[in-house]
Design a protein around this ligand. Structure first.
Ligand code: ITT
Length: 193
């Protein structure tokens, strides 16, 4: 069984990813390796942040690991919040405040297209690999649904009349940004076996 550290402090990400990985992979968290400090995330791109988090953990703790960074890119806002997705509504990183800011910024705008982008950065035996997943959709004017996390209640993926927050995690994983990136990660790890 391949042991990998998932370098994230977000329990929702761990839950979604664990649901997709079977018992061929043993995923452990940052606390399991004694990493309790905040992992730096100061780059100007989603890919840069994913690599920065994975490099920090791989170098400091001498482990194989992967991290992921996700951003919401809204067409009418020229790709914002993008790399600022987690703290768009303020430093407290509140999902409610983040969604409220999106609605304020989109007031009076007809274009509601957006995408979630996830980049997974894997560091395996000192080599770096990245995997990208994108889910297109639209920003709803009203929140709907209670599953998922973050911006899920206002994001309706393309081809669906419901938001990510109205899907269970298996349904969301089938089409989501994170689901796509994780499937690429799994395919890569299987080829390496
Ligand atoms: P890390 O420790 O992995 O960095 P984080 O929560 O800080 O965890 P990010 O920097 O990637 O994660 O920030 C992502 C932001 O995007 C954060 O506000 C999330 O709530 C939101 N987000 C990420 N994935 C999402 C998803 O699948 N659906 C809705 N919102 C999501």
């Amino acid at each position: 069984m391949k042991q990998l550290v998932f370098a994230t402090s977000n329990p929702n990400k761990i839950e979604e990813v664990n649901q997709m990985l079977d018992d061929r992979f043993d995923i452990i968290g940052l606390k399991d390796i004694g990493c309790t400090e905040e992992v730096p995330e100061t780059q100007e791109t989603i890919e840069g942040n994913a690599l920065q988090k994975a490099r920090y953990v791989a170098e400091k703790y001498k482990v194989n690991c992967f991290s992921e960074d996700t951003g919401l890119e809204i067409d009418a806002l020229d790709g914002a919040p993008g790399v600022y997705t987690a703290r768009y509504g303020g430093p407290e990183r509140s999902a409610e405040k983040n969604m409220a800011k999106v609605q304020r910024e989109l007031q009076g705008k007809d274009k509601r297209g957006a995408q979630f982008k996830t980049v997974i950065a894997l560091i395996l035996d000192g080599e770096e690999h990245t995997f990208t997943g994108i889910a297109r959709g639209t920003i709803r004017k009203e929140k709907s649904g209670t599953d998922g996390f973050g911006y899920d209640p206002i994001f309706a993926p393309e081809g669906y009349n419901i938001t990510f927050a109205e899907m269970n995690s298996a349904e969301k994983n089938k089409i989501s940004h994170r689901g796509q990136a994780v499937r690429q990660l799994i395919a890569f790890l299987e080829r390496r076996d």
